[in-house]
Design a protein around this ligand. Structure first.
Ligand code: PDD
Length: 278
């Protein structure tokens, strides 16, 4: 792969970042993942806006303009002949000798790479996924897309050890989100329920588009928290992200949702979402 590192295009084997990079030492970095389908960037405008919000919220200057950021996304696709997969980008505060206190004038480290994979042909869509619940253990500012992903990674590994695919984090009895996706339910009366935006969860770009398509299709939407018990009683449960799009959840902690198969509303929302974005 050809990757982008601080203004240069290099082979992945030649790419270098300092051992003093604050992204590496302190997880002092922001990232974004944008799906690519048929050469098209999915939800690009939302990802670009959220990137700027994340950087602003921890005071990292933008090492790009609106035009150059879009041009970099197009160029990395072209240089790697990528049609289906994802673009990962990460911007750290920069590098300097290790110190909790940082200088104001650091130059951000900006890297981008691609990951090729079939996005639309995910076999898990047919079967749905199994999730386990875990106590919420991440920091409190989850609306900021930082690379501080250790708890999420350990939780997903625990799910895997238990034969499941992902997790639902629970805080004060209410589901915050999934390991790397937002979580939603469809109640037995056909209402889409998803947690309202706050610092408790990442403001998913896929989530926002799903709410748009649901409202356009006259599906009733409620933005409020829901408990694991309500999710177990729901008609359907699904998660959403740039990686998974709309992914049915068929069991929680080994207990089946409905008949334990992906439901029709989730399939419909997924179709509507794909039509809306592509
Ligand atoms: N994850 N919540 C969390 C904790 C996430 O990490 C993500 C995305 C989402 C969904 O956001 P979006 O729809 O904008 O992708 C929600 C990315 C894909 C990742 O970490 O790989």
């Amino acid at each position: 792969r050809i990757v982008y590192v601080n203004g240069a295009w290099v082979d992945e084997t030649e790419a270098k970042v300092s051992v003093f990079d604050r992204g590496f030492l302190f997880a002092d970095a922001i990232y974004e993942v944008t799906a690519v389908v048929g050469g098209k960037l999915v939800g690009y405008a939302g990802h670009a806006e959220r990137l700027k919000r994340s950087l602003d919220s921890i005071g990292i200057p933008h090492p790009f303009t609106d035009e150059s950021l879009l041009a970099l996304h197009r160029e990395i696709l072209a240089r790697n002949n990528l049609t289906d997969g994802a673009i990962y980008l990460q911007i750290s505060r920069g590098a300097e000798d290790r110190d909790f206190f940082y200088s104001d004038d650091l130059t951000p480290t900006f890297v981008m790479f691609t990951q090729a994979r079939p996005v639309l042909d995910n076999p898990k869509w047919k079967t749905g996924i199994a999730v386990i619940t875990m106590p919420e253990g991440r920091w409190a500012n989850r609306q900021i897309k930082t690379v501080q992903l250790l708890y999420s990674s350990l939780s997903k590994m625990e799910a895997k050890r238990q034969g499941a695919d992902d997790v639902l984090f629970v805080e004060d009895g209410v589901i915050t989100e999934s390991g790397s996706s937002n979580a939603h339910i469809i109640t037995k009366d056909g209402t889409l329920v998803t947690r309202a935006l706050s610092n408790a969860l990442l403001h998913g770009i896929t989530r926002a588009s799903i709410l748009d398509v649901a409202r356009n299709a006259q599906i009733k939407v409620e933005e409020r928290g829901f408990t694991p018990e309500e999710a177990l009683e729901a008609a359907e449960v699904f998660i959403s992200s740039a990686g998974a799009f709309v992914m049915p959840v068929v069991s929680i902690d080994g207990k089946a949702i409905g008949d334990g198969k992906p439901g029709p509303m989730t399939a419909r929302l997924r179709d509507l979402y794909i039509e809306y974005e592509l």
